[in-house]
Write a protein that binds this ligand. Structure first.
Ligand code: NAI
Length: 293
């Protein structure tokens, strides 16, 4: 018996990499899966059916249940169609994994408007559109649901050459934080995944070695994602999980007060703030150190 028997899941961008690994494990745990993928090249250009079909075949060969969908997450009609595919084939939708993504890395001075727009479109707008239709379906069913959105340490921490991607991924995290609050009364959890895995997307960015392929196999990220979809995880919502290989971390929020006085007093002077900052820079390395996980 699987932990997701009877559940229905939709995974976007599931034709390869992390999405494929999530889809296979969801199916292994008993969920019926809609495998969405545009099937384009690694830049998200073009389209095709073979990537999604290939994963559907793998799931079926392993005894699971799956159906393909080939639309783009950037298209409202296609996003509606993904949810409809779940309902038409399996009767409902319980789980949405927003995973589809592309890169257009450039230092900010070289970035074009097109490179900015397409990354925001696929990641942030795509997450919004598919979630919009899934949310409606989950509310109509009235039995809660599970949503995982895919962010990145690029958006949560920062990474050189990815202002477009970082903005989209930070936007996704903000989207999750608000939606998680709105989902509480409906029993719908919403969590962020910030993964690290060797995939088509990252093969140029990571060392080309069997050790990396093993240490950062996408399959190592999926168990956390799938657990978040189980009944056991019903109370876990609004959280950010960094999963890098076999290391699973919770990225938590911390507020560090630098200086403070009674709120009814007048404002600080600029010089007073300068003094507090100077003192912090001297005695508290955290102020000058870049964030890291
Ligand atoms: P990948 O390139 O192997 O998979 C992305 C999939 O999304 C591809 O199969 C692609 O065809 C599909 N896709 C692209 N545009 C689409 C669209 N408009 N509609 C539907 N499908 C579309 O990359 P990977 O690494 O598996 O990435 C999955 C997610 O994880 C992405 O959101 C990525 O940004 C995120 N991520 C990955 C990291 C890594 O280390 N691999 C690090 C941080 C985040």
């Amino acid at each position: 018996m699987g932990s997701l028997d009877g559940k229905v899941a939709l995974v976007t961008g599931a034709g390869g990499g992390l999405g494929r690994a999530h889809a296979l494990l969801l199916a292994h745990e008993g969920a019926s899966v809609v495998v969405n993928d545009l099937g384009g090249d690694r830049h998200g250009v073009g389209g095709g059916t073979s990537m999604a079909d290939g994963v559907v075949e793998e799931i079926k060969a392993a005894g699971g249940s799956a159906v393909a969908h080939y639309g783009s997450v950037t298209d409202d009609e296609a996003a509606a169609g993904m949810v409809k595919t779940a309902v038409d084939n399996f009767g409902r939708l319980d789980i949405l994994i927003n995973n589809a993504g592309i890169l257009r890395d450039k230092s900010f001075k070289n970035m074009t408007d097109d490179e900015w727009d397409i990354v925001i479109d696929v990641h942030l707008k795509g997450t919004y559109l598919v979630t919009k239709h899934a949310w409606r379906q989950m509310l109509e069913q009235g039995e809660g649901g599970r949503i995982v959105v895919t962010s990145s340490t690029s958006g949560l921490i920062g990474n050189f050459g990815q202002t477009n991607y970082g903005a989209a991924k930070a936007g996704i995290a903000g989207f999750m934080r608000v939606l998680a609050l709105e989902g509480m009364k409906y029993g719908i959890t919403v969590n962020v995944l910030a993964p690290a895995a060797l995939s088509r997307m990252t093969e140029d960015l990571m060392p080309d070695s069997p050790e990396t392929a093993d240490r950062l196999a996408p399959e190592k990220v999926s168990p956390t994602v799938v657990w978040l979809c189980t009944d056991e995880a019903a109370k876990v919502t609004g959280r950010q999980f960094c999963v890098s290989g076999n290391r699973v971390s919770l990225l938590s929020w911390q507020v560090d007060v630098i200086t403070q006085k009674d709120g009814l007093d007048g404002p600080w002077t600029v010089a007073e703030i300068g003094e507090a900052m100077a003192d912090s820079m001297e005695n508290w390395p955290k102020l000058l150190k870049p964030m890291e996980v």
